[in-house]
Design a protein around this ligand. Structure first.
Ligand SMILES: NC(=O)c1ccc[n+]([C@@H]2O[C@H](COP(=O)([O-])OP(=O)(O)OC[C@H]3O[C@@H](n4cnc5c(N)ncnc54)[C@H](OP(=O)(O)O)[C@@H]3O)[C@@H](O)[C@H]2O)c1
Length: 248
């Protein structure tokens, strides 16, 4: 991959899929600004990969966070070539018990924050013919009984991806990856109890033709592909399911 020396922001890089993405990009020679609320796990990445990592401990919902994240990347690496909007929030529950506040909170993390980060990064991205990858979900295209609010925010992120792909072409490419189930810390923060999480895990693997969870690196490698203009320079507005066949 020709990602050597490319400056990339990855949000939600401390754990799960975001960590897998950050590590794939770092192994390909990219310079990565890692974003999350907790500083310590981000520092671990910096300890492991040295000067190739810049740490931006920020809540992506906070006022001014997007500007600060872009500034961290450009102060440290001089430029910004790409943004990976991975930080996400998932709160599950049927409509009659779901808290409408959760819808607002998910919209803020899953839709508003990615839009704001792209907006703030735009001068850099335009100047560098850069690229954006949004980490959406198969939940944005499947019907999601019991997870309707989450699915609605990911459908909105898919729409944002396709609209911005046209709006920003040909200068900046905008794509989304729609992961199927990956076993990450996200599942413990969904608001479901232990038995509910266990049931959902079994149900998700059973409805995935490949019969297993995906690995974080299986998402990370596709992000690398979408950021590399030599491999995907003619791909924009794509919603790519990397999902073990879950949407087949
Ligand atoms: N796991 C799956 O099966 C699956 C399937 C489809 C799509 N996805 C999507 O993949 C993405 C990553 O999820 P994951 O499964 O890897 O979950 P995860 O391990 O919980 O990772 C989410 C990351 O985002 C960070 N984060 C959350 N809220 C944030 C905020 N307000 N500001 C900054 N950082 C924030 C968290 O770090 P801090 O807590 O330190 O902030 C955490 O490192 C999400 O967009 C999710 O919707 C996941």
């Amino acid at each position: 991959m020709s990602l050597a020396g490319k400056s990339v922001v990855v949000t939600g890089a401390a754990t799960g899929i975001g960590r897998g993405i950050a590590e794939c990009l770092l192994k390909s020679g990219a310079l990565v600004t890692v974003v999350g609320r907790r500083e310590e796990p981000l520092r671990e990445l910096a300890d492991r990969y040295g000067d190739a990592v810049a740490v931006a401990a920020r809540d992506v919902r906070a006022a001014g966070a997007a500007e600060q994240i872009v500034a961290t990347a450009t102060d440290r690496f001089g430029v910004l070539d790409a943004v990976v909007n991975n930080a996400g929030m998932a709160r599950f529950g049927k409509l009659d018990v779901a808290d409408p506040e959760d819808l607002d909170a998910m919209f803020a993390v899953n839709v508003r924050a990615p839009a704001e980060l792209i907006r703030c990064a735009l001068p850099e991205l335009r100047a560098r013919n850069g690229s954006v990858v949004n980490i959406s979900s198969v939940g944005g295209v499947l019907s999601m009984p019991g997870r309707a609010y989450y699915g609605a925010t990911k459908a909105a992120l898919n729409s944002l991806t396709r609209s911005l792909a046209r709006e920003l072409a040909p200068d900046v490419r905008v794509n989304a990856i729609l992961p199927g189930p990956v076993d990450t810390p996200m599942w413990t923060a969904t608001g479901l109890d232990g038995a509910g999480i266990d049931r959902l895990r079994v149900e998700l693997v059973a409805s995935t033709p490949m019969g297993r969870f995906g690995e974080e690196a299986e998402i990370g490698r596709w992000v690398g592909l979408l950021l590399d203009p030599e491999l995907s320079g003619w791909v924009t507005g794509a919603l790519i399911p990397i999902d073990g066949g879950r949407t087949a």
